[in-house]
Design a protein around this ligand. Sequence first.
Ligand code: BTN
Length: 253
Amino acid sequence: MGDTFRPADGFRFVILPAVGSTNDLLSALARHGAEEGTVVIARQQRAGRGRRGHEWISPPGNLYFSVLLKPDLPAAVGGQMSFVAGLAVAEALSPRVEGRSISLKWPNDVLVEGRKIAGILAEATVDGDRVGHVVLGIGINLATAPTEEVRWPAVALADFGAAPRDPIRFAAGLTGCIARWMEIWQRDGFEPVRAAWMGRAWGLGRDFRTDIEGEALSGRFDGIDADGSLVLELPGVGTRLIRSGEIFPAEAG
Ligand code: BTN
């Protein structure tokens, strides 16, 4: 029983009742020399942060997890980390929701049956032309999903009767999945990550809209390229690569 709460080799848990944001706390620890593999887990967050400045509502019962990673890689590929993380989260969820679809929505939302169950916030520093460290923040709706989520419908493991008794138990399994995908990425490069991600890609071949620096674009989602950029096929225009942003189905208002 105790073992199920123990992280994979190379990871150490710091478990706290409440913090502002686990990413903020771990970034501060990293500046003070925290070791690779340090994981901060909070039972709740008072100022959880999502991508693009959004709030991540963080009541007790869900997982708020940040891990410090120091991959020896060129800075140019640091952005690939969030795809690695998406795959790890999908893998950690999969035994709990067998028979249901787990998909990845570009760039790194994890969906079960099309509804968002987890979000990833990877924050990297650079050291010259290399990745310095990455604070990889992961929030997973275990017990509850936000009801006021209007950007994308949300869901929790509990909605499938599949919530773990304790978020720490789930976190322990997650570290093993992170270790596995980090090893694949660092050993074999982005291609196997890209291929696996494409295997779970949500909405492949469908029409999406996005907004790039005020320019509204809509086109067919053709996958991700060798760098992780979204490939959008614009009618009458051709291929457009989107490096960052958010996508919505074209039919949604
Ligand atoms: C998103 O989908 O917008 C990303 C959400 C990331 C939330 C996690 S919860 C743990 C870590 N600490 C934070 O403040 N944010 C991330």
